[in-house]
Ligand binder design. Structure first.
Ligand SMILES: Cc1ncc(COP(=O)(O)O)c(C=O)c1O
Length: 379
């Protein structure tokens, strides 16, 4: 067994003991009638966290990318137009999958570390001709730490009769995501970030108006096919990972017990405290404050610090995992996640203390001892 880790990267996050215990429940068959109420409760709790009344709401067997692929395949027919709001690594993955589906992919871009401007989407949609269009956008772009303005992007998309598909892998259960109030056509997430279940399930919800348009070229990720299992009368589709379903249900019960508004506020408060601590240490955050995600923080690597060496020391000496940058931000930033069960005052202070100790040991000059005090004042 590997040693214990304090997971403060961009996911997976720490898993609460109740969720770990749920996975140890005795195995039952995927067609056991006693499992069906578990599926139904999981779907009901998922609707709560997505803030939706959408019937077709379930957890795909697979990680966030399976949710991405399933919703894209559900929404976009080969030859149809897919407009991707692109400002990071995971938007690029939407572009990659859209291309493989055979969609006509159009990009609306912003610099990595900056939000998509809804006026740019407006202009792009205005330039395009008729034909069905789906806009895809990432709510929290994990590669940059930007919280993109989904409500505004959805409004623009609908004004142009386009559908909108949203990646909420790094936001569901940690940032406010009112699927119905924002009138989203489809949304997907992952189990392992703000929901704090293990990796392996991808929550998905789709609006009734997107259903029954066509049969996608996938069996395993066909959401209507999956719904024949998740919804009554629960016909066989594939053998779901039963232990992960138990974990998912338990994680969602914990979200419900905490209350979604309280949970969102906890993420906001802890993450603001982290920003205060990092800035008190003299470090610079990548994203301007109004656009920062409350779940993942990106901080510039200070001059004189060796990216890999600092992260390795945090892991080996303090058991703390944070992540480096992706794509053009590799070697430029660190990514720190405070998500779900990892989002606690003790871990904010532990990280600030450990980072200060490692940077000082590496010879990086910092204003001494202010980080914990600045963070604690906001916890
Ligand atoms: C915003 C976003 N989308 C999609 C993914 C892909 O999810 P997974 O790695 O679980 O397949 C991630 C993973 O970090 C993500 O952060």
């Amino acid at each position: 067994m590997l040693g214990e880790r304090i997971l403060l990267g961009p996911g997976p996050s720490l898993v609460p003991p109740e969720v770990t215990a749920a996975m140890a429940a005795p195995m039952v068959g995927h067609m056991d009638p006693d499992l069906f109420p578990v599926l139904e409760e999981t779907a009901r709790l998922l609707r709560q966290v997505f803030q939706t009344a959408n019937e077709l709401t379930l957890a795909v067997s697979g990680t966030g990318t399976a949710g991405m692929e399933a919703t894209l395949l559900h929404m976009v027919k080969p030859g149809e137009r897919l407009v991707v709001c692109s400002a990071g690594f995971f938007a690029d993955r939407l572009i990659e999958i859209g291309g493989r589906i055979g969609a006509e992919v159009v990009r609306v871009e912003a610099a990595w570390g900056r939000p998509i401007d809804p006026a740019d989407l407006e202009r792009a949609l205005g330039r395009l001709g008729g034909g069905r269009t789906t806009v895809a956008a990432v709510h929290v772009e994990t590669s940059t730490g930007v919280l993109h303005p989904i409500a505004d992007l959805a409004r623009v998309a609908h004004a142009h009769d386009a559908a909108i598909l949203v990646d909420a892998v790094a936001s569901l259960g940690g940032a406010d995501l009112p699927t119905d109030a924002w009138d989203l056509d489809a949304c997907y997430s992952g189990s392992q970030k703000c929901l704090s279940a293990p990796p392996g399930m991808a929550p998905v919800t789709v609006h009734t108006r997107t259903r029954g348009r066509f049969r996608p070229a996938t069996f395993y990720l066909d959401l209507e096919g999956l719904w024949t299992y998740w919804g009554a009368p629960h016909g066989y589709h594939h053998t779901v990972p039963v232990s992960l379903v138990y974990a998912m249900r338990e994680a969602l019960r914990l979200v419900a017990a905490e209350g979604l508004p309280a949970r969102v506020e906890r993420h906001r408060r802890m993450t603001r405290a982290l920003w205060a601590g990092l800035e008190a240490m003299g470090l610079e955050l990548l994203v301007p404050e109004p656009h920062r995600s409350p779940t993942i923080t990106t901080v510039r690597i200070p001059a004189g610090a060796d990216d890999a060496k600092v992260r390795t020391r945090l892991l080996r000496e303090y058991s703390i995992e944070i992540a480096g940058g992706l794509g053009p931000l590799r070697g430029q930033i660190w990514r720190i996640g405070l998500m779900g069960y990892s989002c606690q005052p003790k871990w904010v202070l532990a990280l600030l203390g450990a980072l200060e100790a490692v940077l000082t040991a590496e010879g990086v000059r910092l204003p001494k001892g202010d980080a914990a005090r600045a963070a604690a004042a906001r916890l």
